[in-house]
Each structure stands twice: as C-alpha cells, then as structure tokens.
Design a protein around this ligand. Structure first.
Ligand code: FES
Length: 401
C-alpha cells in the first residue's frame, strides 16, 4: 500500500470529521423545543409558482378564424394563476365518456393576464385526434376545468437565443407565438420576433386581427402570412422554405422557433439544415404523440395492427387491458380508465415515466426523451412507447384528477 503523507490541513479536517457527532449533539441540545411550523412560507411560494394543478372556469369561448376557438379560462374568485414564460403550455384534463385524458395547449394570452387569474388557450378543429373536436363541441361557458401548472421550454432565453427570433408556425402552432407577441407588446420580453405563419387559405388564419393589432402596437413584432392553397396579394404563396426564412431573417444571427403539426416539422428539418445554423439556435415545440409508428425507422414491419395484453401495476393494485401496437401505452392505460400522469404526451417532460417490468416495446427515436440512467434501468415514457408483445408496466402517480 502506498505511504500517504497527511499535511496539517488534512489532519485538521480529520479532527473536524471525528468531532462531527459531538458538535451536532451540542447544536441539538441548544436548539429550541418549539415544534417546527407545519406550513413553510418557501414551500407555499413554490406551490404558487409551480402548482401541480389549477382549477379554473370557462369564462368565454370566442370563434377564431373559420375552425378554431379561443377559450378564456379564469379562476372563480379572480385570484392569480401561476405565472408563465410566453411560449409555455398547460396540460388540460379532459374527461370523455369513461376515459380521462389530457392534452397540452400553449398559453396564447399575455403572461400579464395570469396575475388577474386569466389564461387563454386556442383549440383548432382539425388538430389530429379526437380531443380538440370534442372540446369544441362540448365545452361550455361556466364549466369547471382542471389545468396543470405552466410547462415547456419554448420561450425566449437571452443567454441562449439570438436577439432576433424567426418563428415558424403552422395552423394552431401560432399560439405560443401569440403569447410571445403579447409579452413583447406589454414590455415583458425584449427581442425581435418575425413570425412566418403558414395556413392553407386566408380564411383559415387564426388570430389574423389580433396579429394585425399587435404588429401596429409593437415594432418588435412582424408577421408574414404564407398560404399553401391560395394566391393572394400581400401574402406569400407555397410553403415555408429555407429561401423564405433567409428572405425575412434580415441577415445576421437569428434563432428559429417552430410550432406546428408533425408533417411541418418533418419538412422544415430538411429546409433548416440548408441554413447551417448553430444547433442551439433551432428550437421547436412538442412533437406530440407519434400517430404512425409504422412509418418510423426501426418499427418491425409485421407489428402494425396487432393487439397485446397490457398489465398495469399501480400502488399495490393490478389492472389488465388490451393494447394496440398502433397506439401508445399511455392511450391504452387511459382507455382502461386508469389514472396515470401525463403532460407533454411527446416523450419529453418525463411526467409519465414508468417502469417496464417485462415485454418488448418500440420507442421512436424522435420522441425518446429518456435520460441515459432511465434507459439502463428499463424506465419508459408510456406516451411515446408502443407495445410489441404482452407488456407489464409499473405506473407511478395519477393524472390531474
Ligand atoms: S407525458 Fe411527457 S414524457 Fe410522457
């Protein structure tokens, strides 16, 4: 064994270490005997800023463009809602029949309104899936709604982002940028925002009037409408391409923020690659649940359409249900009426993190947001995991109920 010499400071450290127990006992003896407070102010503040859930009431429903509705959510007593960074989203609890599911919607109102207990979300009818049409058809003024605290990372961060942001929006993907535009108008953010906003026709543009008003009121916000199915004076025609981004970026350094449907992301990935931007300058909103796992790289060609048994272990209880290879495990769990946590439904936030006890699964690379340690120890995000055999998972926590 090597002969290690310990210097004076090392000896003092060892002496301190040997005395730790005695010193601790001395402090315990000297401490007051009054019990610790049950409510700690710092914990209360943290809960206010990062609540797990918030109860609101639908105060108004406004038609927005031909097929979107903006839903105004307010606290029943006017108390403040959790503050958010423009661009963040909330997860909304949606009971449909015997199933309770969640969907994330960007906050499209000014962050300033949260202080008055008000959030706005916009729901577009042609958003993929059945939840947005359900909300459009069934939600009514006066109805109570449960939403999560603000989540997500698509917001301007001066330490990371260029001072000029080119936002690429498709359809209802305008919503986080609407929040940013309002935040710039209200002096809550400071950067230059150019929105390239793709819609099919001028009729289907969501927030057209509001965007016009914000552009007039705030010189930091610029909007360029790009119509794919219609040619019209004053509008760009076609798709958002690298050429169009270059044209409106104004040169110099800029960040790209993207929000829109999956098909738009797939197309834009190729266009943005042509721009040669630094990686940190390209950011995008949630990808959403992958609807066509069979089109993703590595999906076994014979799995599509198959059905398996899914066993869910949750706090000492066991549930069994069917799970289709075409749908995520989270959807199967919700269909069975099991309360499971979720927020982003894109494999990103980790709220649905569960343990894969046994079975074979497919996880698309695009939405595999797991940490390395989780991969090593067989943890999965059910929102972005598809069964390839009978599967057993252990689920922790519950949804917003
Ligand atoms: S809900 Fe966010 S990772 Fe699954």
């Amino acid at each position: 064994m090597a002969n290690v010499k310990i210097g004076l400071f090392g000896k003092l450290d060892m002496l301190k270490f040997k005395n730790i127990t005695k010193v601790r006992e001395k402090h315990i003896q000297a401490s007051p005997t009054t019990p610790l407070p049950k409510v700690l102010p710092t914990n209360e503040k943290a809960k206010q800023h990062h609540p797990e859930k918030q109860e609101v009431v639908i105060a108004d429903i406004r038609q927005n463009g031909s097929d979107a509705k903006t839903i105004v959510l307010k606290t029943p007593d006017g108390s403040r809602l959790a503050l958010f960074r423009a661009g963040q989203y909330v997860s909304v609890l949606v009971p449909i029949g015997g199933t309770v599911t969640t969907r994330s919607y960007s906050l499209c109102s000014s962050p300033a309104l949260a202080r008055q207990g008000e959030y706005h979300i916009t729901v577009k009818r042609d958003d993929a899936g059945f939840v947005s049409p359900y909300i459009q058809d069934h939600w009514q003024i006066g109805q109570k709604v449960t939403v999560s605290g603000p989540e997500g990372h698509l917001y301007f961060e001066p330490l990371r982002d260029a001072k000029k942001v080119v936002a690429l929006a498709g359809g209802s993907g305008i919503t986080p940028f609407m929040g940013m535009a309002y935040a710039l108008r209200d002096g809550l953010e400071d950067f230059d925002l150019t929105i390239l906003y793709g819609s099919r026709t001028a009729d289907g543009i969501v927030y057209q009037e509001q965007l016009d008003e914000v552009c007039k009121a705030c010189s930091k916000v610029h909007v360029v409408h790009v119509l794919s199915d219609e040619e019209k004076d004053g509008y760009e025609h076609g798709f958002i391409t690298a050429e169009l981004i270059r044209k409106y970026s104004g040169g110099g350094e800029y960040s790209i923020f993207m929000c829109g449907p999956q098909a738009m992301y797939n197309f834009l990935d190729g266009e943005i690659a042509k721009l040669g931007l630094r990686r940190k300058f390209v950011r995008r909103e949630l990808f959403g649940t992958i609807k066509d796992p069979w089109n993703q790289p590595g999906y076994p060609s014979d799995a599509r359409g198959k059905s398996f048994r899914l066993k869910v272990l949750q706090y000492g209880k066991e549930y069994e249900t069917e799970a289709s290879a075409d749908e995520s495990l989270l959807v199967a769990v919700e269909r069975a009426g099991i309360s499971a946590p979720s927020r982003c439904r894109s494999g990103e936030c980790g709220w649905c993190r569960s343990r894969l006890v046994s079975g074979e699964v497919y996880i698309p690379e695009k939405t595999d947001g797991r940490r390395a340690a989780d991969i090593d120890y067989n943890y999965i995000h059910p929102c972005s995991t598809f069964p390839l055999s009978d599967v057993v998972i252990e689920v922790y926590g519950s949804n917003l109920t």
